[in-house]
Design a protein around this ligand. Structure first.
Ligand code: RTP
Ligand code: MG
Length: 139
């Protein structure tokens, strides 16, 4: 995957609360092009693998439980400087610390249930995109 791409998930809380449309609207209005997208439901093993970097953290069990609670929207997004610009667009992990107007400020309910995921590096964007999508699903 090219360096101008990032990977995102609209998490189960935001899907449950009816925010898929609002979040996608803000993403595309901010200049990101949707390269791949689907509604999917992660298994426990999927979530444990996807978030393996956090498996020693105290919140790991809670995170896996949350991410498998219901469907998510997975997507690959393209824009110059995609990883960094998307992290800016979503805001801080904890919505209480997120800047005004960011997706997490608007839609997240807590540090754990924070509406969206954004890759933290070009390398992880590549790994995470490939975790969810086959090459023929990327456009
Ligand atoms: P993400 O990977 O989902 O984009 O979030 P992030 O980089 O802002 O935060 P990260 O440190 O990678 O944490 C991954 C996700 O774990 C949950 N979390 N819960 N209860 C807690 O203290 C806590 N801390 C993190 C959140 O869902 C966070 O997005
Ligand atoms: Mg992270």
């Amino acid at each position: 995957m090219a360096d101008n791409r990032t990977f995102t998930m609209i998490k189960p809380d935001a899907v449950e609360n009816g925010h898929i449309g609002g979040i996608l609207d803000q993403i595309t209005a901010s200049g990101f092009r949707i390269v791949a997208m689907k509604l999917t439901h992660m298994t426990k093993r999927d979530a444990e693998t996807f978030y393996a970097v956090h498996n020693e953290r105290p919140f790991f069990g809670e995170l896996v439980e949350f991410m498998t609670r219901g469907p998510i929207v997975a997507a690959i997004l393209e824009k110059d400087n995609a990883v960094e610009d998307f992290r800016t667009l979503i805001g801080a992990t904890n919505p209480e610390d997120a800047a005004e107007g960011t997706i997490r400020k608007k839609y997240a309910t807590s540090i754990g249930e924070n509406a969206v995921h954004g890759s933290d590096s070009d390398e992880n964007a590549q790994i995470e995109g490939a975790f969810h999508f086959a090459g023929r699903e990327m456009f």
